[in-house]
Design a protein around this ligand. Structure first.
Ligand code: PLP
Length: 367
């Protein structure tokens, strides 16, 4: 059986260091926002290449905190319009609407599955106040042209880097390209904790200060609350785990890239479409998406070979009941991709032999 993502095996690679780190936290008797957290924030900001890193409870909170801080600072206002790719995970959209901002759903490019330069530049007008770049599947979606145009117009760029820890654009890490970035350390992400976790990276000191306050009940000084905040904090156990896993992230991503390279070179079944990888981007293949008009048949075929697959994502946000007000937005590319996408295993625990089996199984599929 080739599992889609064998989390237990993935984390077992880092034993006994993980257990030792957890034991160390137990010995300190300090569980929230302590030394491990501070060290992780420092190491992660160094890794991403930003001035600041604020850890928080999860990836959704990281996104919400960024938009909320912009509102508390008076830079964004109720109903301001934010561009968001329509084929993202729902968290990206919820972080916008839960701040009483307005999502403007943008169709992704049909080959790269990203809201690309052309899509963004076509959609920008004087009403757009922010762009949420989602580095979907692990591939960067920022370009210099988008950056320049947004800066010129005073549009805020927020990155959703939940799927792309370690990805690059012209040698710079995603998470350092826009004004602020949200990161998720959900267990299944490329940099995954043993539970929930998240972080915000930014070079903007004012924004970082605001977020540091909001994520801890609006307090800078204990029991003094200048603004209305929330509780979204990373615990010491997760920070200690993440520090160990961060030191292996580049090696893991490199292995994912090797696997993806083989998929791109060796999958030759004309009934499936391979993802286009932009030249300037070092993709980290959080997900390896194939497109097929008969994806359910392909899934059953692979299942019969003992290969698990997943779908990212079967129903786009605007077709979810909770967003029924957007149900009639015409987004044909998004809907087509949602019907065709099938994700095949792409993780560091796959052996070369597993990869060959997956490729052979796909190539032998004919209907
Ligand atoms: C996972 C994910 C999130 C949310 O992260 P959580 O830590 O699960 O809250 C946000 N955006 C994208 C694109 C994601 O894949």
């Amino acid at each position: 059986m080739i599992q889609y993502l064998p989390l237990k095996e993935i984390n077992s690679q880092y034993e006994p260091q993980l257990s030792k780190a957890i034991e160390n936290v137990m010995e300190t008797g300090w569980y929230i926002m302590g030394e491990e957290c501070k060290k992780f924030e420092y190491e992660y900001s160094e890794y991403i290449g930003t001035e600041h890193c604020i850890s928080c409870g999860n990836g959704y909170d990281a996104l919400w905190l960024i938009f909320n801080a912009y509102k508390q600072l008076g830079i964004l206002k109720d109903r301001d319009k934010i561009l968001v790719p329509a084929n993202t995970f729902i968290a990206s959209v919820l972080a916008i609407t839960h701040n009483n901002l307005q999502p403007i759903f943008i169709e992704p490019n049909a080959q790269s599955y990203l809201m690309g330069e052309e899509e963004i530049l076509n959609a920008i007008d004087n009403d757009i106040k922010g762009v949420l770049l989602v580095h979907l599947y692990g591939q960067n979606s920022y370009t210099d042209k988008v950056g320049e145009e947004c800066r010129r117009r005073g549009i805020i760029i927020v990155e959703d880097n939940a799927q792309a820890h370690g990805a690059l654009y012209k040698g710079r890490r995603t998470g350092s390209l826009g004004d602020a970035a949200a990161h998720s350390f959900y267990p299944g992400k490329n940099l995954g904790a043993l539970g929930d976790g998240g972080a915000i990276t930014t070079d903007n000191t004012m924004l970082a200060d605001s977020i540091s306050q909001i994520h801890n009940y609006g307090s800078k000084k204990k029991y003094i609350h200048d603004t209305r905040g929330v509780n979204s904090r990373l615990d010491e156990l997760q920070a200690a785990v993440l520090r160990i896993k961060l030191s292996h992230l580049d090696t893991d991503n490199e292995r994912r890239r090797q696997i993806a390279k083989r998929y791109n070179e060796e999958i030759n079944n004309t009934k499936v479409t391979l993802p286009r990888v932009e030249e300037y981007s070092a993709h980290v293949f959080h997900i390896f998406p194939l497109m097929s008009e008969q994806r359910n048949e392909l899934a059953s075929h692979l299942e019969s070979y003992g290969i698990q697959t997943q779908i990212h994502y079967p129903i786009p946000p605007h077709k979810q009941q909770c967003y029924s007000i957007y149900a009639n937005t015409p987004l044909p590319i998004t809907e087509m991709l949602a019907q065709r996408e099938i994700s095949i295993p792409c993780h560091p625990m796959l052996s070369d032999c597993d990869v060959t089996q997956i490729i052979d199984a796909i190539n032998s599929w004919n209907i």
